[in-house]
Unconditional design. Structure first.
Lengths: 478, 95
């Protein structure tokens, strides 16, 4: 927003702003590994076009603002790797709808950000290109899967970034890197051109420094798309209009399951501090019950791998992507291309998905998980009869050390204990900075009912007027 | 919950993943742990619950039966590892 004003008053050109971010990206990327690819030529071309729009007064609020896209969004003519060796040679032949919408708004594409392979991970460590690092401490993970996007926004290597969230992949890295990350309602943003992981859970969204920026970005990214049958045909609200609404009388629910024994004590305290500030601003705090929360991770690890095993069947070494050398026959071509192209975590999930969908096990796992999915969604619906928003921590811990959890997939999965239920229910939620614990950022999660993104952004913005956590910049990146 | 080697090999085959003998024990260990986590879902009574396949229960939309895609075969086949005369090449399937 502040950058937009500078562009509109002519104090700064988009070309200057773009050159500034590209310079920072080149300078800091060797340490952070936040970008897989920089698109410098494209960025400068788009910046020049943006400056023309600014000069002839056809510019919008985001015209000329540099953004980074997670390397899961297809970008025409640019390698779109999805963090995988499988797609290391894949030049996307078209733009994702989200990319197209950002382009139409006149935004400038700086590059493609690092991510866990096929968005499967909570630490960015499954990336074929090596992990992105947390700018608050280079020995710590940035979270995942949108870890490169969160790292880039936190270190000011981009004004904003796109991400995708299947079980917490926008909110958890946003929390661990101290930025804002919004996962909209399932269907609010088109999935066209987003490389599919688990189609009934995946949703794109923005990572930014403030709730206000996230509101602007959501306004651009959201909307019905005939190319995505699950995108919802419903008008896009003006998310800025309600940002400053009074929160006096707002009913906030605190789920006891999000303040359980798995939550770090220091984080619990800081989250309670934030809740007290909202209470002082007039909000009414109420304890609520989401009894099936503990089942969300087990249910998620049936539904997501099942859908992934089906979606990733397309990588066969025939039409695009990695192909093994000298295949002996068709089966050898499939089996070795896939074994060589996919990393270990992706293979684990494909195998779990294959197992739970296989003959004789479908009812016990997949059907059962879908039933739990309804129970989890009903928990939220019951809660939203009593409260307007649900608040808690985004993640049970702050950032953890590189390699700390790589040998234990299950401990990695539990990073998403407060976020995955939201995906299973299809609800919108944001993570915003709410303090520090041992000098690492803490994220506060705000969840609301379907399509109530405006309410989430309103509460987040109000909190950011009462706090300055979102204005903190990691040391060395000022 | 543990899977024996034969089960791992069968799953890998169904998933069309070549499995190196050396890595079998690792997968056996990791998949066993993940399934142990997943097993928790079996303890819940869901007799009266209908499955939910999709978070937002929407109807599949129909569109007019019109041609909306143009022929981009050449562009797409540039991405393919092996093509000839507009066809994708695979190892010989029929003798």
């Amino acid at each position: 927003m502040e950058l937009s004003q500078l562009l509109h008053t002519g104090e700064l050109s988009s070309e200057e702003l773009t050159a500034h971010f590209l310079q920072r990206a080149r300078q800091f990327n060797p340490a952070l590994n936040a970008y897989i690819t920089l698109t410098e030529e494209l960025a400068l071309r788009q910046a020049q076009a943006a400056d023309k729009r600014l000069a002839d007064k056809t510019a919008g609020a985001l015209t000329g603002i540099p953004i980074a896209h997670k390397d899961i969004f297809c970008l025409d003519g640019v390698r779109t790797s999805c963090g995988s060796k499988m797609l290391d040679n894949f030049i996307a032949p078209y733009n994702a709808t989200v990319v197209e919408k950002c382009n139409q708004a006149g935004m400038v594409t700086l590059g493609k950000t690092n991510m866990d392979e096929f968005a499967m991970g909570s630490s960015n460590e499954t990336s074929y290109y090596g992990p992105a690092k947390n700018p608050w401490h280079a020995e710590y993970v940035p979270g995942g899967s949108s870890g490169g996007s969160a790292s880039a926004v936190a270190a000011r290597l981009a004004a904003a970034a796109t991400g995708t969230d299947t079980g917490g992949s926008i909110r958890q890295p946003a929390a661990l890197c101290g930025v804002c990350g919004l996962k909209p309602t399932y269907g609010r943003i088109s999935r066209y051109g987003i490389i599919a992981f688990a189609s009934s859970l995946d949703q794109g969204g923005p990572l930014a420094q403030t709730a206000e920026d996230a509101a602007l970005l959501l306004g651009v990214m959201a909307g019905h798309d005939p190319r995505d049958a699950t995108s919802v045909d419903r008008p896009v609200e003006d998310y800025l209009a309600s940002l400053n609404d009074d929160i006096a009388g707002l009913k906030i629910g605190l789920p006891k399951q999000h303040f359980d024994e798995k939550l770090d004590d220091d984080i619990a305290e800081k989250i309670q501090d934030a809740i007290r500030q909202l209470e002082q601003a007039g909000a009414i705090i109420k304890d609520i019950d989401l009894p099936n929360t503990a089942l969300s991770i087990p249910a998620y690890y049936v539904v997501a791998p099942a859908e992934a095993s089906s979606n990733l069947a397309r990588y066969d070494g025939v039409r695009f992507g990695h192909r093994c050398d000298d295949p002996q026959d068709l089966a050898d071509l499939y089996c070795r291309s896939r074994a060589e192209g996919f990393g270990r975590e992706v293979k684990r999930r494909i195998m779990i998905g294959t197992y739970v969908l296989s003959a004789g096990y479908y009812d016990a796992y997949y059907l059962k998980a879908q039933k739990l999915r309804r129970l989890i969604r009903d928990d939220f619906q019951n809660a939203f009869r009593e409260v307007d928003v649900i608040i808690g921590p985004s993640s049970p811990t702050t950032a953890f050390k590189l390699n700390e959890r790589t040998n234990d997939p299950v401990s990695m999965y539990l990073s998403d204990i407060y976020t995955a239920s939201v995906n299973l229910a299809g609800l919108p939620a944001i993570s915003i900075p709410a303090g520090f614990s041992r000098r690492l950022p803490i994220g506060l999660q705000i969840i609301s009912n379907y399509f109530a993104e405006a309410r989430i952004l309103n509460v987040a913005h109000k909190y950011q007027q009462l706090s300055d956590w979102h204005r903190q910049i990691p040391g060395g990146y000022e | 919950m543990s899977l024996d080697k034969a089960q791992i090999e069968k799953i890998a085959w169904l998933a069309r993943l070549a499995m190196i003998e050396d890595s079998l024990p690792d997968y056996q260990h990791d998949l066993g742990n993940i399934l142990e986590l997943v097993e928790q879902i079996k303890n819940v009574d869901t007799e009266a619950v209908a499955p939910l396949a999709h978070p937002v229960e929407i109807m599949a939309r129909l569109r007019r039966d019109e041609i909306t895609e143009t022929d981009q075969r050449e562009k797409f086949q540039q991405l393919a590892p092996a093509v000839a005369e507009g066809h994708y090449l695979v190892p010989k399937v029929i003798e």
